[in-house]
Design a protein around this ligand. Structure first.
Ligand code: 13P
Ligand code: SF4
Length: 314
């Protein structure tokens, strides 16, 4: 199912299509973007897939419909390209919880540890990280690291989820969290389960530990898509950002995807930052080439190392 669009949006889509062709631009969009943006994107993906596609593209311009750290990652991985972010106010509150100073302090306290940062970090924090992970590859990457002690930044819930899967290592967790996922309580999911007793529950590892405990499946956005569209149950209760509903219904409309809130509500689990990008803003940056991601060369160079290490492992 494609998003319902009005006449004005149709005109914007035509403008975007003609500009992207003329300027050899590519539009990358995260699964949490508005439905109408997913429908016009060249690639819709999770943070790992989008990073890879940004690195590989031969387009001259990358329009990144996601939050700031994602657009920055595209620039770091493909610095010769012009990367445009439709709305510079679309940041990630969890990424903003981590600081370079804090990470360096932890490193001083634990000189034998290595710093594993979630891709949801700003570029400066990536420069003081040893390796980057996404929620899709975190367990795999951490298992392969030649270190017993891990400083994990910034998501304490993803960090403790990984720690349970990799008990042979010691974890020092930064106390960050994703506000929309954190606010999802087990009660909200269990109330839905009462209504749909046969339903399976799939959640993102950014959810708090109590919520993760009651889930049948825990995984990144792309892993949830794989599970929800292929598991035996028709009803699937999904504990992640509501933008994913659009994609799920598009690729397998036979199933019933139940989210704890409706899409208009800004709270649980609705990432207001992801929704700050609009068709208007995409048309605008494509036309005027504004909101370019500009990073100092030394930041690009240093932040690239831990990203390259991740991409070489998975
Ligand atoms: P994914 O890596 O699953 O795309 O998640 C990114 C994110 O921001 C989740 O809140
Ligand atoms: Fe950040 Fe959470 Fe929004 Fe993802 S959903 S971008 S982690 S605030």
């Amino acid at each position: 199912m494609t998003a319902v669009i009005d006449e004005r949006q149709q005109q914007l889509i035509e403008k975007i299509n003609s500009l992207r062709k003329k300027k050899n631009a590519i539009i990358l969009a995260h699964y949490y973007q508005r439905g109408e943006i997913q429908d016009i994107a060249d690639v819709v993906g999770d943070s790992l897939e989008l990073a890879r596609r940004a690195q590989e593209t031969d387009a001259d311009i990358i329009v990144f419909a996601g939050v700031k750290f994602m657009a920055e990652t595209a620039k770091i991985l493909n610095p010769d390209k012009k990367v445009l972010h439709p709305n510079p106010e679309s940041g990630c509150p969890m990424a903003d919880m981590a600081t370079v100073e804090g990470v360096l302090n932890l490193k001083k306290q634990h000189p034998d540890a290595i710093v594993v940062s979630y891709i949801n970090t700003n570029a400066d924090v990536k420069t003081v990280s040893d390796v980057i992970v996404t929620s899709r590859n975190a367990v795999k990457v951490v298992k392969k690291l030649d270190a017993k002690k891990i400083i994990f930044v910034p998501d304490q819930f993803l960090g403790s989820y990984i720690a349970k899967q990799v008990p042979e290592k010691e974890f020092i967790l930064w106390k960050g969290f994703c506000p929309p996922h954190f606010n999802l309580t087990p009660d909200q999911l269990l109330a839905l389960k009462e209504k749909y007793p046969d339903a399976k529950i799939a959640v993102h590892p950014e959810c708090n530990t109590e919520t993760v405990k009651i889930a049948d499946f825990v995984g990144s956005t792309s892993q949830i898509i794989e599970y929800a569209t292929t598991c035996e149950s028709k009803n699937v209760i999904i504990g992640t950002e509501v933008g994913l509903k659009h994609w799920l219904e598009k690729i397998n409309p036979e199933k019933n995807y139940i989210f704890p809130v409706n899409a208009d509500y800004c709270g649980t689990v609705h990432c207001c930052d992801m929704k700050k990008n609009t068709l208007d803003k995409i048309a605008d940056v494509l036309e005027n080439e504004t909101n370019e991601i500009v990073l100092p060369e030394d930041i690009i160079e240093k932040a690239r190392k831990p990203l390259d290490l991740m991409l070489s492992i998975v």
